[in-house]
Design a protein around this ligand. Sequence first.
Ligand SMILES: Cc1cc2nc3c(=O)[nH]c(=O)nc-3n(C[C@H](O)[C@H](O)[C@H](O)COP(=O)(O)OP(=O)(O)OC[C@H]3O[C@@H](n4cnc5c(N)ncnc54)[C@H](O)[C@@H]3O)c2cc1C
Length: 390
Amino acid sequence: MTWDEASVAERAAAFLAAHDPVAMDRLEFLRARFDAGLAWVHFPEGLGGLGAPRELQAVADRELRGTPDNQPGRIGIGLGMAAPTILAFGTDEQKRRFLRPLWTGEEVWCQLFSEPGAGSDLATLATRAVREGDEWVLDGQKVWTSSAHTARWGLLLARTDPGVPKHRGLTYFVCDMRAPGVEVRPLRQITGEAEFNEVFLTGVRLPGALRLGETGDGWRVAQATLMNERVAIGGMPVRRTMMEVVADTWRSRPELRTHDLHQRLLRLWVESEVMRLTAARLREQLAAGHPGPEGSGMKLAFARLHQELSGLEVELLREDGLGYDDWTFRRPETVDFLGREAGYRYLRAKGNSIEGGTSEILRNIIAERVLGLPAEPRADKDVAWKDLPR
Ligand SMILES: Cc1cc2nc3c(=O)[nH]c(=O)nc-3n(C[C@H](O)[C@H](O)[C@H](O)COP(=O)(O)OP(=O)(O)OC[C@H]3O[C@@H](n4cnc5c(N)ncnc54)[C@H](O)[C@@H]3O)c2cc1C
């Protein structure tokens, strides 16, 4: 069937007529919405979608506005990164097992990529996965793992062949966060809270059915995750709202207004609008399903804008903006960026230029893949990982 705006709206209306969100249990409602293909309309039928163009998601969301949602802030890694990776590389069985509880929020996902010795140069990672019969045995350490403390599953990249160059000996797994040998410890951030963790893996046994993609093809699978991560972070429709927060602060403090601050505010307003429109265009381009390097540009611009706006907000608030003194140790389930105070926003925004790839690395990607500039020298490209200096 070919879907258009009218038919998706009709489908949503029929669904609502048959499922009263007030009378139904919240989770049952979400499961039924998934089964009706109204979770992510561009996914295939039977997997939460209708096989419709991606831009028609807005129609489904509009028709179902006000009904229980899946708390996207709590399951951002699942929605933005795990789902597209599983869809592109998972077996039919994996898609059926994972996508529904992922979308309904019953199962939280985390991303076990970074390690103490491998961040920007992720391909140097050292966590080992060794095959033993039908199982894989994992040993190593991951770090900066957001949501590991709430996650049921983790997207994990491990080294399965140390004898080949670093990008080639990697395999991608779904890590069972409840498996014996998985230990999650909180890491405290500049805000005083611990959104992320270090994760120790000691003799963790994963069944072969939890391998995602082919053995040795982990780098390609990870690229899909990373590209989607940048789009998820950079393409979120939040900049305008952050701009509105700062504009409200400006309006509420007429005594602080100066020509210079006004100029800065207006410049950031223009940039926010450019970002908002570019993000909307990027989301439409994603209809094809495969984000390219454009996501890196969005994420780069998002980090800079968020940091500038949160800095301006603190300046506008003067001493009130510096009043952040909430050092309660929390392990939040979600980042409530706009719901918190200016001081929190200022501190939390610092991480925006690190998480999901640092701004320096994103500039390298744009230079090479968008502008066609010469690549950085890569002396270790043809050296077996085990022979690299570490
Ligand atoms: C809030 C937050 C949440 C995170 N959540 C997760 C998560 O859930 N899962 C996960 O796996 N990781 C997560 N990370 C980790 C993040 O992906 C890494 O911190 C990031 O990739 C950088 O790696 P690194 O910290 O090892 O820094 P390094 O790679 O050691 O970089 C240090 C500095 O050197 C610069 N640099 C490095 N190489 C180059 C180069 N070739 N050219 C120019 N400059 C260079 C970097 O830009 C940076 O400024 C999170 C980080 C933050 C801040």
